[in-house]
Design a protein around this ligand. Sequence first.
Ligand SMILES: *[C@@H]1O[C@H](CO)[C@@H](O)[C@H](O)[C@H]1NC(C)=O
Ligand SMILES: *[C@@H]1O[C@H](CO)[C@@H](O)[C@H](O)[C@H]1NC(C)=O
Ligand SMILES: *[C@@H]1O[C@H](CO)[C@@H](O)[C@H](O)[C@H]1NC(C)=O
Ligand SMILES: *[C@@H]1O[C@H](CO)[C@@H](O)[C@H](O)[C@H]1NC(C)=O
Ligand SMILES: *[C@@H]1O[C@H](CO)[C@@H](O)[C@H](O)[C@H]1NC(C)=O
Length: 438
Amino acid sequence: MRPAFLHPLQAALLALSFLFLSLAQGLSLKSCTTPDQGSTLQVYHVYSQCSPFKPKTPLSWEESVLQMQSKDEARLLFLSSLVAGRSVVPVASGRQITQSPTYIVRVKVGTPAQTLLVAMDTSNDAGWVPCNGCVGCGSTVFESTKSTTFKNVGCGSAQCQQVPGPSCLGSICSFNLTYGGSTIAANLSQDTIRLAADPVPNYTFGCIQKATGSSVPPQGLLGLGRGPLSLLSQTQNLYQSTFSYCLPSFRSLNFSGSLRLGPNSQPKNIKYTQLLRNPRRSSLYYVNLIGIKVGRRVVGIPAEALAFNPTTGAGTVIDSGTVFTRLVQPAYIAVRDEFRRRMGNAVVSSLGGFDTCYTVPVTVPTLTFMFSGMNVTLPQDNFLIHSTAGSITCLAMAEAPTNVNSVLNVIANLQQQNHRILFDVPNSRLGVARETCT
Ligand SMILES: *[C@@H]1O[C@H](CO)[C@@H](O)[C@H](O)[C@H]1NC(C)=O
Ligand SMILES: *[C@@H]1O[C@H](CO)[C@@H](O)[C@H](O)[C@H]1NC(C)=O
Ligand SMILES: *[C@@H]1O[C@H](CO)[C@@H](O)[C@H](O)[C@H]1NC(C)=O
Ligand SMILES: *[C@@H]1O[C@H](CO)[C@@H](O)[C@H](O)[C@H]1NC(C)=O
Ligand SMILES: *[C@@H]1O[C@H](CO)[C@@H](O)[C@H](O)[C@H]1NC(C)=O
């Protein structure tokens, strides 16, 4: 394509600009409507340019942090309730929080396909979408009557036995569940869903008929837990219970990450730790966190603060829906105190739920999560948050809520951003590798 009389310098510049153009296209200028390819779905932050759920007026840095913190409170109470096996009603927060959890992917439901932007949630098995006739859902719903492949699941079916507290409406299997601060009533249904280019025929999901509260993701949920009726269980042959994601940073909202389903094209060069299974809480991904290093020092954390206990649900889970990592009180206090000690005499301030913030420029130590078989040293962006103006820096972790009997450490998504996290369920292992999500 090079014109015949181009000066070599011009040619070089031309080549360079093509290079930049294609780099830029490959990296950040992917449009919001770029279709998902193969078995890989683009992942957007709910505040992303591509998200219909982004705030109408952009939030200030401080507002976003405080909003994410209060959403986290509801999420942590919900996770605690899963662990405790009983429902915990979240404490009402001062602000109406309407978005939960943090990352969304595009799925296509029915024939012809209807596109929905559903929340990705590794701590839940179920998939559900708002359906026509729903009371309390938003304006974007799945119109089941327009799909030629849609059907309601009968009361007598095997799947109906797998949902919590099923009941019969006519002959249709229906169920109620709580999600965060919300309750949902849904019919159990089946239809084809498409994940990127992969059709999943007869996928069983909840078709929401009634929703209360504000924790329900507006266009539905894709549960990536591993219990019965989960997507993983239903796509055993297709994806072999293997997936990975790279979550983009909430600081670069024009970027998308990716959710890669199945064992193909997963990274080979990746460190692993064991995934633990709690038979009582089959959907959660427990890992064996054995210690935390601040700088080179292994912080003195009482062993019982980290120990896995299937009976009480204690231990550490990795979760895609919580934003800031929470450690049970003795673990958090130990990490925080060591971190503060390393900061010398710098004056500590707080921001919302963060109690270790600095308003002066500081040199921070490294932070390393020690899992069995794998140490993960976090880049600073994974454990510090800085205000846009650069005037405040906080350790982006907190202690687990103490108003419930809290035994759970949660490795949250800020700590996972710009890493590839590989869930290899058949081999009971979790892989972690640094990657810039694009
Ligand atoms: C859900 O079940 C109810 C009760 O059988 C039925 O009236 C309703 O049409 C169903 N909703 C959908 C979207 O199929
Ligand atoms: C489920 O919720 C619906 C609507 O709120 C209610 O009418 C129904 O009784 C509930 N069913 C069960 C089994 O709790
Ligand atoms: C899906 O369900 C329909 C109707 O129940 C059945 O005819 C079809 O074989 C099923 N397809 C697959 C791939 O299981
Ligand atoms: C993100 O993209 C929007 C629209 O394309 C643009 O206006 C904005 O400046 C970009 N923001 C960043 C941080 O790159
Ligand atoms: C992790 O770090 C600790 C403490 O520095 C070290 O003893 C251990 O061997 C490391 N583990 C791995 C798997 O590298």
